[in-house]
Design a protein around this ligand. Structure first.
Ligand code: AMP
Length: 494
């Protein structure tokens, strides 16, 4: 299907063509006609699938019919409101609105916290049809009566799952009360928790459910690798990997603000130019760090989950989890920065003994076992049997049933078409990695079935690491875009 067949105007088609897009992505193909018809939409899509254009293009098409070039602010009421969880995503969505709407006379603005409100007040007072906003700052404006939402025809909730995670539900409820009842609602979320389903049932009217990919498509583009390592040696291993594999643009995730600052400093001290991006950094610092990273002026961007939400970085090959996220769904969001627009990516996690349970949760969500590669010289220390208490010994037994054995020269289950991503040691080593406390995760009610019968443990020497043999043939065209979709309960209406 082509963009021309989707019912967009010539001005929008020109803007799309300027961007060099040749055909719509799956979510665009499905969402654009439905939104043009005026239906509410529940979209299951994550960043990287082209979802921003999937709602922005039909929204612009619907609004452009009444666009005018009057100088009077009254002639430009807010007709579309796009709520997003973070400032970075707000800026990105706003950029998309401007890019796709560049041949239209519609006006738009973006408002988010962390910057002076006065400049934003001037812009919204001048009259705008499309407002991109984070919930907190929008409420500030509403309290100061610098804008009204009584003419809103289209409401978009982008990355709704993250908005709930960040505690924006009360703000969203407050904002929705100020909107006219008669409006079109579009909600996008990468995952569908109970909270999301509840919110969807409150906001959406007869929504059309748009599914963009099969459940297991994450692993088709992204190679997931776990390096087991002691917590205290993670930094050393990270430095070693970046240097020896000559990684040039790496997004590293740390769990805390202080941790990300410290890591960025340590990397810089070891000659790897780095910056940290997190909630305590002001907008200018965050924008600068991101800009420097995108331009290749720094090699590593260390980010916390909240700060990295929605980052649109093209051609990012490596995402490294310095620490695994507490919430398995954040793993999906993190790795959404790589393997975008058909390119191949690598999600590498440095996993300490204490994080085994988190890894199990992630594997359940991905419905696959992640490849384990020990790096020689950085292996986990063996635990003394006497140090294991009774419970641990039982867990050990349990674990042995699922033991992970090294298999010599076995092709990775994640590698398609016989492509080789790692070279194994010559000897066969039989080994297992202990994962204690295997429990059912209450997040997952479905039985967990791995696609891979036995995951492999592979030992790589530092020398092998240095040969950079892991990551060849990084780009592949005509591959599906990476998405993870968990079917919500909402039934398909169309
Ligand atoms: P999003 O999922 O909205 O964050 O978009 C991810 C990236 O895909 C952005 O850099 C877009 O510019 C790009 N993109 C969106 N639609 C298309 C398309 N139809 N063809 C190629 N790239 C696209």
């Amino acid at each position: 299907m082509s963009f021309e067949q989707l019912g967009l105007s010539t001005d929008l088609l020109r803007a799309i063509s300027d961007q060099g897009y040749t055909k719509p992505t799956p979510i665009q193909e499905q969402a654009i006609p439905v939104i043009l018809e005026g239906s509410d939409v529940m979209g299951g899509a994550q960043t990287g699938t082209g979802k921003t254009a999937s709602f922005t293009l039909p929204m612009l098409r619907r609004l452009e019919i009444q666009a005018n070039s009057s100088m009077s602010p009254a002639k430009h009421p807010i007709r579309a409101l796009i709520l997003v969880p973070t400032r970075e995503l707000a800026m990105q969505v706003y950029e998309s609105v401007k890019t796709y709407g560049k041949y239209l006379t519609l006006r738009s603005a973006v408002i988010y916290g962390g910057v002076n409100i006065d400049a934003q007040i001037d812009v919204v007072r001048s009259g705008i049809e499309i407002l991109v906003a984070t919930p907190g700052r929008l409420l500030d404006h509403l309290q100061q009566k610098t804008l009204v939402l009584s003419k809103v025809e289209i409401l978009v909730l982008d990355e709704a799952d993250r908005m709930l995670d960040m505690g924006f539900l009360p703000d969203i409820k407050q904002i929705i009360q100020l909107l006219p009842d008669h409006r079109q609602n579009l909600m996008f979320s990468a995952t569908f928790s109970e909270g999301i389903k509840k919110l969807a049932s409150k906001i959406l009217k007869k929504p059309v459910l748009i599914e963009v990919a099969k459940q297991n498509s994450v692993s088709e583009l992204i190679t997931h690798i776990v390096h087991p390592v002691e917590q205290i040696r993670k930094q050393e291993l990270l430095i070693c990997m970046i240097k020896q594999q000559d990684m040039q643009q790496v997004l590293v995730f740390a769990r805390t603000k202080q941790g990300s600052d410290h890591l960025a400093q340590q990397l810089s001290r070891h000659g790897i130019s780095s910056a940290a991006i997190h909630g305590d950094r002001n907008q200018l610092q965050r924008t600068q760090a991101l800009g420097n990273f995108k331009q290749g002026l720094i090699r590593v961007l260390v980010a916390t989950d909240v700060a990295a939400r929605g980052l649109d970085i093209e051609d990012l090959t490596y995402v490294i989890n310095f620490e695994l996220p507490k919430n398995p769904e954040d793993y999906v969001h993190r790795i959404g920065r790589t393997g975008r627009a058909g390119a191949k990516g690598f999600a590498i996690s440095l996993v300490s003994r204490e994080e085994n349970q988190l890894l199990i949760g992630i594997e359940k969500l991905l419905k696959t076992k992640v490849k384990i590669e020990e790096i020689k010289g950085f292996e986990l220390k063996k635990q003394q049997p006497q140090a294991l208490d009774k419970k641990a010994a039982t867990d050990e037994k349990k674990y042995k049933r699922n033991a992970l054995y090294v298999q010599n020269k076995k092709t990775s289950p994640f590698v398609k078409n016989g492509e080789t991503i790692i070279r194994l040691n010559n000897e066969v080593v039989s080994k297992h990695t202990r994962r204690s406390e295997i429990k059912e995760d209450p997040l997952f009610t479905q039985p967990y079935e791995s696609k891979v019968s036995d995951a492999e443990t592979v030992i790589l020497t530092q020398d092998e690491l240095s040969k950079n043999i892991i990551h060849k043939s990084l780009r592949q065209s005509n591959r599906p875009l990476p998405t993870l979709f968990i079917s919500p309960v909402i039934s398909k209406q169309k």
